[in-house]
Design a protein around this ligand. Structure first.
Ligand code: GLU
Length: 298
């Protein structure tokens, strides 16, 4: 199925501790990688320093370990990779695929969040206080997601030229994630469906950087109630490591893998071995959101 050997990854942002929702993303990407006899990397997406929660990286990594989710190779911390992102930004600017912009947030908000392109032809000189935006084409850019099916956007009309370096100098997620996924040779991305909407922007960056895009599988987000994501942004309690077996069992069930009841109290290594052998992501419903109440009882 894969021309290149499978390389997957889990790429948490340490703005909070690991919660059940992020455990699901970690577990799904892990199982998909191991099921394909692939490598599984962990990358810490810590570029937005003001939003990093002290201690969150350690908590995330020790939780992954307690759940038996062992990664391959070195962990990449994005905050250590700034030189590489700046090199790519410079190349995009040199090729006029990106440009400096001094427009305010209010201006963009006044245009319904879609940047109207005011700085496109201004050729502002380099300045650290300017944002950098990528030019987008007026065409549909889409993907065939392994679970969600076809998803596409016209970036010009639905998104606008988007920010790859913010005015405060912080490298935007959209750029860093693509640069790292290319550099790390990621072939398969499994992550939460909240990022489906970002994927056409990322696919455009793959094109600008002359790289082959990975395959994608976006798993439904578990919502408490309509519109309320089970994420670290909510003040929901981080998952604990004391009852890892039981929590991992619930996570396998939430991923619609139908783990047999005898596994409930089995060591995490046994549960992961079962989950790897039996991994069938197509059992998940092809929806972007699932209500917590609709999960199978465990
Ligand atoms: N760092 C992103 C997050 O925690 C995920 C990035 C990705 O999987 O592409 O939401």
């Amino acid at each position: 199925m894969h021309a290149k050997p499978y390389v997957g990854r889990f790429a948490p942002t340490p703005s909070g501790h690991l919660h059940f929702g992020s455990l699901l993303a970690a577990l799904a990407s892990y199982l998909d990688a191991r099921h394909h006899a692939g490598r599984w990397l962990v990358r810490i997406e810590d570029l937005d320093q003001p939003r990093n929660l002290p201690g969150a990286t350690d908590h995330i990594l020790s939780t992954l370990e307690a759940y038996g989710l062992g990664w391959d190779g070195e962990i990449l911390h994005q905050s250590h990779n700034l030189e590489r992102y700046n090199q790519v930004l410079n190349a995009l600017i040199e090729r006029d695929q990106a440009y400096y912009c001094d427009c305010s947030r209010k201006l963009v908000a006044d245009h319904g969040g879609i940047y109207p392109g005011y700085c496109r032809a201004r050729h502002l000189p380099a300045a650290s206080s300017h944002a950098i935006r990528v030019r987008v084409p007026d065409e549909q850019i889409g993907l065939r997601d392994r679970l969600q099916g076809v998803f596409s956007q016209n970036l010009a009309t639905e998104v606008g030229d988007f920010v790859v370096r913010r005015r405060d100098g912080i490298i935007a997620y959209q750029l860093a994630v693509v640069v790292d996924d290319i550099d790390q040779g990621i072939t398969d991305i499994v992550r939460g469906a909240d990022l489906l909407d970002s994927t056409p922007r990322q696919l455009w960056l793959y094109r600008l950087l002359n790289a082959h895009p990975p395959s994608y599988l976006h798993i439904p987000l578990i919502m408490r109630r309509q519109g309320e994501k089970l994420s670290k942004r909510l003040a929901s309690a981080p998952i604990t490591t004391g009852d890892a077996s039981n929590t991992l069992f619930r996570a396998l069930a939430a991923l619609a893998q139908q783990p047999p009841a005898v596994l409930r109290n089995a060591p995490v290594s046994e549960q992961l071995a079962w989950g790897t052998a039996h991994w069938q992501p197509q059992r998940l419903p092809a929806v972007q959101q699932l209500l917590e109440d609709s999960l199978p009882p465990t």
